[in-house]
Design a protein around this ligand. Structure first.
Ligand SMILES: [Cu+2]
Length: 123
């Protein structure tokens, strides 16, 4: 009887270990280990980034502040912030899984051509 109790205990211990493992498998881990925040200031007609490169793989959060006097946005790697009012801030999280040079622009017509563009390097 004692032996049976022990093996039941052991079985339930193993079961709870398995549950713990299942539970942790469902935790939403970030897809990359490191994250970087880049401060972006944009106005007529420029962008200024606190850093223009990051190491891969990495999630980069661009914190775009419109320091100009008209609406702007910040677009990179197929993603963009909403149109952002003067004085306002918008954040854009982008996960870079490959090395390369990524052009960023303001998508308001004419703004990139006027200077609101640049290259962010993932090395
Ligand atoms: Cu713009």
């Amino acid at each position: 009887m004692k032996k049976l109790t022990i093996s039941v205990l052991a079985a339930s211990a193993i079961a709870s270990l398995a549950l713990v493992q299942l539970a942790s498998a469902h935790v939403d881990r970030p897809t990359v280990a490191t994250a970087t925040t880049v401060q972006v200031k944009g106005g007529e007609f420029f962008f200024k980034l606190s850093t223009k490169s990051a190491a891969t793989p990495r999630k980069v959060t661009f914190v775009f502040k419109n320091t100009g006097h008209i609406l702007h946005d910040f677009s990179i790697n197929g993603k963009k912030t909403p149109l952002t009012s003067p004085g306002k801030t918008a954040t854009l999280a982008v996960t870079f899984k490959k090395k390369g040079k990524f052009t960023y622009i303001c998508t308001v017509p004419g703004h990139a051509a006027a200077g609101m563009k640049g290259v962010f390097t993932v090395r």
